[in-house]
Ligand binder design. Structure first.
Ligand SMILES: N[C@@H](CCC(=O)N[C@@H](CS)C(=O)NCC(=O)O)C(=O)O
Length: 219
């Protein structure tokens, strides 16, 4: 019986960050699938009062908010470390995780990825091109800043992968499935190379939408 339980749904980038972190740690876990459309149900609101995923459980301890979950995992499963020991690198990790939450997700991924992928796949929606176009200036700013923060390093905090990479990669990978990637990704070669590096990691390969769907079906 796995100690770690992750309530999530296939396609959630935040949920994937938690699953990929567990994979990096080599930890056994169980996916408790959340059915789309049930996030506002009394059962789910009892787990997450804001009606979102992921929700995490460990031995009777329940937690939501992805950053808190990732840091908890890195503390209870210290090896391999996913937080740099150098205080400035650690600060950079924290900064990138917040860029993910406040700027990449809010107003960029939750608009463009919702319009292009989540809405059409899960709700049969047609993308609203005007809404996507309106989000593009902010998207350009966010991708430019991620590229600047990454610089010439293989990962956001330097030579080693950290929680920041695991948090940002699921969201950025979604953009490769959109036409907007052509102007957001390839002009920033360092970001494209970083994403390829992340996608080569077994943790990312074990947590694709398809793999998480298989886990959800088997649950
Ligand atoms: N701050 C939350 C954000 C979680 C979040 O927004 N999750 C999305 C899926 S990736 C969600 O549940 N969306 C449902 C909704 O907005 O109704 C975290 O870090 O866990």
């Amino acid at each position: 019986m796995a100690d770690f339980i992750v309530h999530s749904l296939p396609g959630s980038p935040f949920g994937r960050a938690v699953l990929a972190t567990l994979e990096e740690k080599g930890a056994a876990y169980r996916l408790a699938p959340v059915a789309p459309g049930t996030l506002r149900s009394p059962q789910h609101l009892a787990l997450h009062p804001f009606g979102r995923v992921p929700v995490f459980e460990h031995d009777g301890f329940r937690l939501y908010e992805t950053q808190a979950i990732l840091r908890y995992l890195d503390r209870v499963l210290p090896e391999p470390a996913l937080t740099p020991s150098d205080v400035r690198r650690m600060a950079r990790m924290d900064q990138v995780m917040n860029v993910n939450d406040w700027y990449l997700f809010q107003g960029v991924a939750n608009v463009i990825i919702f319009q292009r992928i989540i809405g059409p796949r899960l709700m049969g929606m047609t993308p609203d091109e005007a809404v996507i176009e309106a989000a593009m200036p902010k998207a350009q700013m966010v991708f430019e800043e991620l590229s600047r923060l990454l610089g010439d390093a293989p990962y956001f905090t330097g030579e080693e992968v950290s929680l920041a990479d695991l948090m940002v990669a699921p969201g950025v990978e979604f953009f490769t499935m959109t036409p907007e990637w052509a102007v957001l990704g390839p002009p920033r070669a360092n970001l494209v190379a970083w994403l390829a590096r992340m996608q080569a990691r077994p943790s990312m390969q074990a947590t694709t939408w398809e793999r998480v769907s298989e886990l959800a079906k088997a649950a």
